[in-house]
Design a protein around this ligand. Structure first.
Ligand code: GCU
Length: 420
């Protein structure tokens, strides 16, 4: 399977704790001038500093015109009789606008519980098109290019055989049964996952004569995160969708590269109520300073389009990083954040993901809420029942499994704000 062949340990990486470099993490509570924060009122400007560093050095700045652009919604299909009568399905398109004209369209699939009030929802991008999420024959087939290899995708195009090919990663029935909705879109609708900046979201926002983002401008992860924020914005402005989806209780979720994306989306868009990162690893929840498993140099060379060009300065040079990934989690504070790892996913550095949560905790505490309720890595297969930061490591490999979904749903039950 994909997870065994592509995501197994890579021989070039270090997997020996004894060989991990010693490092000192930047302190989220010491500002750029070296002053220690003494009061919660100082967090707002410190948060800006950290956000700026991530924008300049890691993910790249999103052009202002993209951040502020309006969006248009077009509902394409809808039924109250989906999933054997258990769910409402709405398929719609979100288009970012310039001068009132749609630039491109993102196809969104929504499953909702049949409740009489707007449902809290998980918003998540997918790797293989919406039709990969469930075998439901009514899901519209994706028409865009898909680079990732999976059954039913032939020469980069989806065929009927690509229905439900990733359904094991989406516990749709469980999500609906527990009163939540699922809102999902294919990440390639926003920006195709290839090293080519002539296509996708970037290409619509260049200044005159520009053909690629500048060294501090957005890479693909930032573009995907921007797309998530635009979908949230579109739902929040559309009366029809607002009647179905509780836009104030949207949980942004993602796996792997899309887990990196979910964290960055939570950082740039404070309207996401909760953030979940599943096996996100390097450039996601894992501390870059540990250089364990995938490193900054390895990821930048294999995926040169994911981060901004400035991130290359830290290839094999982690000690020069002015920020590390615990501060990405801290940018989401005091909102609830869940980080999950898998034992077999050493490439993503489970310990580095745990430590990032631990070192984000002081920011939660400054803001008056409980952070991570543990200072040692938990046993595999166990979950935590207190704290606004949660972490688990489950047995198995790089994947999203029923265990993960159940933990996220329980976390959401406990910590999503009350419905207004
Ligand atoms: C590769 C990459 C990881 C990424 C993963 C995925 O393994 O090195 O950084 O998380 O793909 O997106 O599945």
């Amino acid at each position: 399977t994909l997870s065994q062949t592509v995501f197994a340990d890579k021989p070039s990486a270090n997997y020996d704790e004894a060989k991990a470099p010693s490092y000192t993490l930047p302190d989220p509570l010491i500002d750029n001038s070296g002053k220690k924060l003494s009061d919660v009122s100082e967090w707002k400007s410190r948060r800006r500093e950290i956000l700026n560093l991530f924008e300049d050095q890691v993910y790249g700045r999103i052009p202002a015109e993209a951040t502020t652009c309006d969006v248009e919604v077009r509902v394409v299909e809808q039924t109250d009789d989906a999933l054997q009568g258990k769910a409402r399905r709405i398929q719609f398109e979100v288009a970012p606008l310039r001068n009132g004209k749609p630039l491109f369209r993102i196809g969104v699939l929504t499953y909702l519980p049949l409740t009489d009030h707007p449902a809290p929802c998980f918003l998540a991008l997918n790797f293989f098109g919406n039709q990969s999420v469930h075998a439901d024959p009514e899901i519209l087939l994706n028409k865009n290019w898909i680079g990732n290899k999976v059954d039913g995708v032939v020469d980069g195009r989806v065929t009927e055989a690509a229905r439900g090919v990733r359904s094991t990663r989406w516990d749709v029935e469980e999500i609906i049964g527990r009163g939540y909705g699922l809102v999902t879109a294919y990440y390639g609708d926003i920006d195709p996952d290839r090293h080519d900046f002539t296509d996708g979201a970037h290409s619509y926002f260049y200044s005159e004569g520009q053909t690629a983002p500048a060294a501090d401008e957005w890479g693909s992860i930032a573009a995907w995160a921007w797309g998530l924020s635009k979908i949230r914005q579109a739902i929040g402005e559309n009366p029809k969708l607002l009647a179905e989806i509780d836009s104030e209780r949207m949980i942004v979720f993602g796996h792997s590269r899309l887990g990196k994306t979910a964290l960055w989306a939570g950082a740039i868009d404070p309207k996401f109520a909760m953030i979940i990162s599943n096996d996100s690893g390097c450039g996601g929840a894992a501390l870059s300073s540990r250089a364990f498993g995938e490193t900054v140099g390895l990821i930048n060379r294999q995926f040169p389009h994911w981060f901004c060009d400035n991130f290359n300065k830290y290839n094999e040079n982690e000690s020069a990083l002015p920020v590390d990934q615990h501060e990405l989690i801290a940018l989401c504070a005091p909102r609830p954040v869940y980080v999950a790892s898998a034992q077999g996913d050493r490439w993503a550095d489970p310990r580095g993901e745990f430590l990032a949560c631990l070192h984000a905790s002081p920011v939660y505490e400054l803001l008056g809420v409980a952070g991570l309720p543990a200072d040692k890595m938990p046993m595999a297969g166990t979950t935590m029942s207190t704290g606004r930061l949660n972490y688990h490591i489950r047995p198995g490999g790089h994947d999203v499994q029923a265990f993960d979904w159940r933990a996220y749903l329980t976390f959401a039950d406990r910590l999503l704000p009350e419905r207004r």
